[in-house]
Structure formats: structure tokens, C-alpha cells
Design a binder for this molecule. Sequence first.
Ligand code: BGC
Length: 353
Amino acid sequence: MSIQRQLFGTLTDGRKVYAYTLRNENGMTVKILNYGGVLAELRVPDRNGCMTDVIGGYDCLDSYVRGDGYQGALIGRWGNRIARGAFTLEGKAYSLFINNGVNHLHGGEYGFNTKLWDVTEIDGDEPSLVLHILSPDGDEGYPGNLDLTVTYQLTAQNGLSIRYVATTDQTTVLNLTNHTYFNLRGYASGSVHPLILWLDADTYLPTDDTLIPTGELRSVEGTPFDFRTPKTVGQDIGADDVDLKQAGGYDHCLNFRGGATQEPVKRGELYDPESGRVMELFTNQPCVQFYSGNFLTNKEFPFKGGYGQAPQTLLCLETQHMPDSVNHENFTNCVLKPGEVYDFFTEYRFSVK
Ligand code: BGC
């Protein structure tokens, strides 16, 4: 219905960062930055029609540049971790920046969350913003010139969709996602434990104590990772379970039944009984990293309105390929070759009940 552009801040090298606010005819709005492709604000109605901002984020550019946590950002070239930043592809060894203990996380030192993206506005009943970057061969250690377009769209059905389309001129690996933190009661409303989650995932990836998958695909049956019947996020989060303990909560890849699909299908639903807000998750990606915001502790970077960070007050549902799949033959394929098109889609659709 409309797109409005406002100056959000200026980077130290003088480049301007803009915030684009997309609005649909129901009054739902999303604010997107060209810096990092960040989703900075998402206002959706509750069952009384009251609009609340349901995602984490900051008031100023400096917090997005210096803060941790990847609030709302596009993540690439690799969502989640690669063990010791090392992998071999077509017989050649690659080494990546180590930025998370002994591992590589979310694309390295200057991942896609730090890039200033080119933006094309497409207004209409279902406004969209088309973001584009060229990531050069060798960017953060990854091979191939990558041409990447991410399209955000606000639909008439209160969906926020994200489509990732990429090509390369050399064989490479790719695993893109978006790192938005949600709390359907409002980003500043407290614990996510009362939210009810359903996920169509029948296995998950146990990890070591550096959060690298061990290689096992374990059935969720009888574990705290079983969300096939909806349950509150808090129900089993404190269980005496080695995976939960070493991550400080949920921070695991759950694998959708049957894997990736051609067309997007419904794979998850988050519901807040108090406000009535529902968020359905549609995707053609094979997995979701369910992260319960365990590391939201950085007091230096409060959220919008000065609201302080606190663990497990926001959660992420990052659709993606399996973490570290570059190092596991039994994991989802993440190799992209010249002539192929990487084309993945995720939609977060909001309603009430
Ligand atoms: C990871 C967490 C990590 C966080 C960084 C999540 O996707 O799973 O382990 O700490 O991103 O904000």
C-alpha cells in the first residue's frame, strides 16, 4: 500500500543508511534497513486490533553496527557455525574467520549483516523491497562471485515473506537466513516461555559444547525438542538434558519432516494465548535453527525505547540448511554450482485466534 523512506543514520565512512517502512492495507507495518537488510520493526495487530512491535532491534545505527546478536539481520554467506572455520570443497581447503570461540559464525567478521545493500522499492497492494549485493570471490574466505537478491514483501494476508535468490561463478557453499528475534506479546514484554510453539520437525542435531553438530540426526521423540504437538517454549526448556544445558536453552537445528520442498509449506506456528497473535511459518528450507535468545545479555546495547536485554525474552526461528553441513556428508546439501540458482523462501504470516 505504501513505502516510506527515512534517513536512519550515517556510517563512519559517510554512507547513508535508510529505513524503509512498508505498510499494507490492514495497517501492518515493517521497517527495513538497507544496512544488513535488517528488519528493525514489525507491528502486527492483536485480537483487539492493537498494533505492537513484535521484534527485537535498536533505536540507532551504532547499536546495529557495534552490537552483537545479529538483530533482524540477513545472515550470509553461512547461517550458524562452521567448525573451526574450515572446510574442503572440490579438493581445495578453505579457511574462514573465527569469530565465535573456535568456530566461524554467521558469515564471519563482515557478514551480509554488515553490508549496505542496494534497494529497489516496489509499491503496490503488497509492497516489496528488493535488496541486492554482489559478494566478491574470496569474501570472508568463501569462493566464487556471488550475486544475491533478497526480496522482502508484505502481503495482504499479513505475511512478511523473504525470498533469497543467488547465483555463483564458481562452486561454493551457501546457507542464508534472517536473524529476527520475535516475541508475539511485544518485544519488550518479558519471557518467551508462555508462547506456544509447533514445529513439523522429527529430528534435531545434538551439538558439542561449542555448539557444533556432532553429526547425529536424533529423533525428537521423547526429548525436549519434540514440538510436533504444540507446547509452551518454557515447558521443557529447563529439562535435565545435556543439549539444553550446554546451550543454555534451545539453540539447535530442527529438521523438517521430509526435508526441503519445491514449494513452501507450513512448518511451524507460534501462538501467544494472551494477545491472541499467531505467527505461521511457511518455507521450502529443510531446517530451522530454534534459538531461545539465551545470550541476550549485553547491557551496553539496550533495545528500542531503552528496554534492556534479557535472556529468553525473544526467540529466533531461522530457516536454513544444517549448521556445519560443509563438514558432514549426511547433512543437507549446501553446495551451489555455476548455472544453478539458490532459491529459498520463508514467510512469517500473522493472524489472531
Ligand atoms: C545461534 C546462536 C548465536 C546467535 C547469535 C544464533 O543463530 O544459534 O548460537 O549465539 O545466533 O546471535
